[in-house]
Structure formats: structure tokens, C-alpha cells
Design a protein around this ligand. Structure first.
Ligand code: ATP
Length: 443
């Protein structure tokens, strides 16, 4: 039995979900907008937050941020329409555990909920003693990636791993650790995106009893836990300025000081960080310390997007089918040729994570040995089959906007979503590009 906060503005759908979840033995509190959800967070601790993305007075991420601020670091599942999958990807980037596309399939929801409840104990810090299987891929981009991993792994260098959401940055970090001299020591992964500002310092450096309200006993920081091994800081750009200062000191002087303590603790930790964004632009905006950036950036690895990994798609499809078969006790052997075609054309904004999720859903819904098009979300099929619709008639403004949107999307795709390069090609400045991306909801 879990305590679930369900936030959904469609009251009929909300009731259906509530009934379904109650039948599974869970206790549900339902709210329909951001404001009442934030109130509901004050009255109770939840095990999972199940949040619709679009809400009348904001969106699901607003509720997630409020929860983090109230120290409710619970798993968050975002419900979104397939067309908003890019939004879901952004949600994962900001610390949500998973997303589910509407229309919600009950079996899929039950599966994701169970996973969330299982993982609840360990979020946002994961200590991995056994790292999962790492698939190398066959494309040129993969070969280059592995060359770099092997090159940097045995050294003591700090590494920044850059790449779109879901490309496998944490997997790359784990792989570096496994191939390093520290392999027999801990690998600790921290998702800085899901840590509230106050929590981050205590999570990293620990605290002593009474250091702040709520510090009821001494707590060891993850720096100490990872001593001798590797500390992986995902979404490092989200750390507050104060924590950045403390982190720099820890790296330069190799000592940490738990909050509220005068004790200095020696630590020997290799730091690997990951970011979705270009950290350098955060540096130029003054949001990320330049000295820390250089200390972290002794070596940079760019993880390729799935759409640029050519023949790797087939390798990963096979791998994820095997994983899903084991987990769901199914016997799917392959995807139908039609599905394969769609997969090749689709642009996978959520990269490997999205592929894994889509395949898991297909395996769950397929009874036989071949997963067919009927187990794919309809909108995914539509997104591949329908080119951008040009408005017809004489509405010049609408036609111009549609053309502009298509050109920006196409250019971004061409330069693999490098916004500086896209802005240059489009002959506009970056701010204009960002504004237009926002206007046309291009992620
Ligand atoms: N090389 C790989 N071999 C097997 N599975 C992989 C590999 N890389 C990624 N995956 C799968 O893709 C999923 C996403 O990977 P991961 O969490 O490492 O991405 P990420 O880039 O760190 O995401 P985010 O930007 O959201 O932090 C993982 O759950 C894993 O299942």
C-alpha cells in the first residue's frame, strides 16, 4: 500500500485512475490544480506523486519543484500526451523518475508505479555495487565514445559527460568507473536535479545532529560514502552557488567538512559530472563558477543522441526486448517490419530511455513473438507519417509561422540540436532562437 498524490485536472479521468489505484490497495489524495496540490503536500508525506503535465494554473513540474522544496523527495511520474514527450524528457531532466503517455494503459501504469515504489528507498542517491550491462553499439559514434571511455578511465582525470537526456550519460560514468583503478571501490550516483538546494550540501558533505532544523542525527555525506571510488554528479549545473564553492574546495583540498561541524575529513574521490546543457553558457551567464568548471572539465565526453547512432538502433532494440521479456515474463522475439520502419524514421527526443520505455510497453502489450504496430502509441505512428502540416488558404501570418517553425526544427535537427550553430545558420542571435523555440514549443 502506498500513499499517492494524484494531480489531474480532467475529473472523469481522475476518478477512473483513483478507482483503479484504490483497487490495487493504494491510498489516494486527488487534486486538480497546482495550488491545491501544493497545499496537499503540506498535509501529508507521499510515496509517489502522479502528476498530469498540463494543469489549469501551471504544470506538473511546478508541483514537483514545490515537493522538492518541502523536502518530499519522492518519485514523480509525469502523465503527458505523446505529443508532449519532449516535455516529459524535460521533466526527467529536472528530476522526475519516469513518464507515462496518455491514454494511460492500466497495466503500464501499474508497472511504472511498482518500479517507482521499489526505487523510492534509494532516490536521489544510488550506490551501485553491481553496474548493469553496458551495450557498446556498432556505429562510428559509439566506437569513438568507447575509445574515449577507455582512454580516460585509468587516469585520475575529472570528466564532464555531455549529452541529451536519456543518451546514457550515467551508463558512461559507470563504465568509466568499472574500467578504472577504483573499480573495486564504490560508485555513487547523485541526481543533483532532484535535490533541493538545502538538501544538496548535506547530501554531499553530511551534517551533524542539530546543524539545521530537521537534522535529528549525524549523517554521513556521499563524498565519504564514495571514498576511494567515484562520485557521479548528474545535472551538476543545478547545484547552487554555495554548494559549488564547497564542491570546489573539496576537489582542491581533498577535504570535506560536514554541515555544522568543525571536523575536516580527508577524502579521495574521483568526480564525474553530467549535464544536458552546455555548462559553458551557464558559466558565461554567471550561474556556474568558472574555476569549478575548469576543475571538473579535465576531459569532456559527448554522448551521441540515438538519432545519430545509425545501426546501433537495432542493437539496442534487441537488448531492450531481452530485458523486457525477462522483467515481464514475455517471449517477444522481434518487432514487426512496420514497427522497425517507424523506429528508423522517428527522431527519439528521449533517446535510449524513450526507446527502452516504448519497447517495454510494446512487450507488455504483445501476447505473441512479434510486437506489431498495434502496441505502439498511435501518436508515434502519426508523428512519423505526417509531415508538418502547412496551413492552407490565405492566412499569410499562419503560413509564415509554419514555415519558420519547420525551418528552425529542420536546422536544429541538422546540427544535432547545437543551438549556437543553429542560430548562426539561421542568421539570428541565440536569444531570438530561444524565444522562437519557446513560441513554437520546440524542445
Ligand atoms: N550503453 C548502454 N547500454 C545499455 N543500456 C543503456 C546504455 N545507455 C543507456 N542505457 C539505458 O538508457 C536509460 C537512460 O540512460 P541514463 O540514465 O544513463 O541516461 P542519462 O543520459 O544519464 O539521462 P539523464 O539526462 O536523464 O540523466 C538507462 O535506463 C539504460 O537503461
Amino acid at each position: 500500500m502506498a500513499n499517492i498524490l494524484l494531480v489531474e485536472d480532467d475529473t472523469t479521468f481522475s476518478m477512473i485512475l483513483e478507482n483503479f489505484l484504490q483497487k490495487k490497495g493504494h491510498q489516494i489524495v486527488t487534486t486538480h490544480d497546482v495550488k491545491s496540490s501544493i497545499k496537499a503536500l503540506d498535509s501529508k508525506k507521499y510515496d509517489v506523486l502522479l502528476l498530469d503535465y498540463r494543469l489549469p494554473d501551471g504544470n506538473g513540474l511546478d508541483v514537483m519543484v514545490a515537493a522538492r522544496e518541502k523536502d518530499q523527495n519522492v518519485p514523480v511520474i509525469i502523465m503527458t500526451s505523446f505529443n508532449d514527450v519532449r516535455t516529459a524528457v524535460r521533466a526527467i531532466r529536472s528530476g522526475a523518475l519516469d513518464y507515462i503517455t496518455k491514454p494511460v494503459n492500466p497495466d503500464e501504469l501499474a508497472m511504472i508505479l511498482n518500479e517507482a515504489l521499489e526505487r523510492k528507498e534509494s532516490a536521489p542517491v544510488k550506490r551501485q555495487d553491481v553496474l548493469p550491462a553496458f551495450i557498446e553499439g556498432e556505429s562510428d559514434a559509439s566506437k569513438k565514445l568507447h575509445e574515449y571511455i577507455q582512454l580516460v578511465a585509468p587516469t585520475a582525470m575529472s570528466v564532464i559527460i555531455q549529452g541529451e537526456s536519456g543518451t546514457g550519460k550515467e551508463y558512461v560514468a559507470g563504465s568509466i568507473h568499472r574500467l578504472s583503478k577504483r573499480a573495486s571501490m564504490p560508485f555513487v550516483a547523485i541526481d543533483c536535479g532532484s535535490l533541493s538546494k538545502d538538501l544538496a550540501a548535506s547530501e554531499l558533505f553530511g551534517h551533524v545532529k542539530g546543524a539545521f532544523t530537521g537534522a535529528l542525527q549525524d549523517k554521513k555525506g556521499q563524498f565519504e560514502t564514495a571514498n576511494g571510488g567515484t562520485l557521479f554528479l548528474d545535472e551538476v549545473g543545478n547545484l547552487s552557488y554555495e554548494v559549488q564553492v564547497k564542491l570546489l574546495r573539496a576537489l582542491q583540498e581533498r577535504v570535506i567538512q560536514p554541515l555544522g561541524s568543525t571536523r575536516q575529513i580527508k577524502v579521495d574521490v574521483r568526480i564525474i559530472t553530467a549535464t544536458n546543457d552546455d555548462l559553458l553558457s551557464s558559466v558565461s551567464r554567471g550561474e556556474f563558477r568558472e574555476d569549478l568548471y575548469h576543475r571538473l572539465n579535465e576531459f569532456k565526453i559527448q554522448v551521441p543522441s540515438l538519432r545519430s547512432r545509425d545501426n546501433d538502433l537495432q542493437v539496442f532494440i534487441k537488448h531492450f526486448i531481452t530485458l523486457a521479456n525477462i522483467e515481464l515474463d514475455r517471449n517477444v522475439k522481434k518487432l514487426s517490419p512496420q514497427v522497425n520502419d517507424i523506429f528508423k524514421q522517428y527522431d527519439w527526443p528521449g533517446n535510449l530511455r524513450e526507446l527502452k520505455n516504448v519497447i517495454k510497453r510494446m512487450v507488455l502489450l504483445s501476447g505473441g513473438e512479434e510486437a506489431g504496430i498495434e502496441s505502439l502509441p498511435e501518436e508515434m505512428i502519426a508523428s512519423v507519417n505526417q509531415p508538418v502540416k502547412q496551413p492552407s488558404g490565405t492566412d499569410l501570418k499562419a503560413i509564415n509561422e509554419a514555415t519558420e517553425k519547420e525551418l528552425i526544427t529542420e536546422t536544429l535537427r541538422k546540427v544535432k540540436y547545437n543551438k549556437s550553430q543553429a542560430a548562426k545558420l539561421l542568421n539570428i542571435d541565440r536569444t531570438t532562437l530561444y524565444n522562437k523555440m519557446e513560441k513554437y514549443q520546440i524542445e
